[in-house]
Ligand binder design. Sequence first.
Ligand SMILES: [Fe+2]
Length: 346
Amino acid sequence: MPSPYPFLENLNWLRYHVRPSLKSLDLYPNRLPRVAQSLRAAGEANARVVFAGDLIGYYAEERPRASPDLRRTLNDADRVWINLEAPIAERRKAGRSPRTFRFKLSEEYLDELWQELALDPKKLILNLANNHIADFGEAGFRSTVEYCEKRGIALTGRAKRETLGTSAGPIAIAAASEWMNFADDPVGRSTVKWNENYLDELELRDDEHLLVFPHWGLEFRHFQAAKYRDWFRRLAQGRNLTVVGLHSHVPGPIVREAGSICFQSLGNFLGLQLSWPTRLSPLLSVDFAFRGGKCLGPTGYRMDFHYLRRHGGILAWCKVEELSPSLREKVQARLSLIYPEESRSP
Ligand SMILES: [Fe+2]
């Protein structure tokens, strides 16, 4: 399969996969904690949106068990947004090989997953702006859209500017991917591309809130390089943005600039991964305020971490507190490094 990354990145890819990197931590001295409230005054109405990271699938389409906590977090949301990092095929294939980087999810697997999560598909929004959505070409893309349309699942990532509907009003959206594994495929060519000038081309009304989903940066890095930090810093000036980044498979820092906030990476929701940091599944709950049907931006947020583990032969999302003492210590140390308890510069 073609790689969209630079040569050196391909050489080091496995090393980072096995041991995700903390390099560039010093670029983010003012990291925010996992929970924040009162970011702005409340509006007349509120809507909670939950965001989850990459949904790729598990070996042989094994379905993890969901914890009551995880189900509750999803159920408390008005809408649930997940990055669909694989096209949807019609049928589950017996003995499906896990040793490929061309991903595909079956309709049956996803239907069972929504049931396990106790999640009404009509609440769902799946994102297509990522590097794997063209893995099975136009046919794979078409069957993905058909599956979602049949179940009333909304999609993002097909146009430069889109809308996410909530019970309190619409939120403007711009989803784009920096990478595409099959860039020459018609799906790849028509997918929205992220680059440093991407949002400059979008006409934003004064103080309009925009929810941005960049599928960006390098994989298996908790902290992305300076150009991504600088992009957010520049764009945040004079704009009202909430940025929710994806692609690195590990959670990243939260930073704030002027009136905007950036969740640099949500990591994985359900993926085929090798190292313990990639098994962290954050759910990001954001409360958006509305006045006169217009979105003002987030009033607060909370990140809940679940861990995808096999225990007693059962694959399940569990709470960090339920992990073995040695793993729990590692996870808690990593999370407190990325998300300090108290923000040094809110
Ligand atoms: Fe990706």
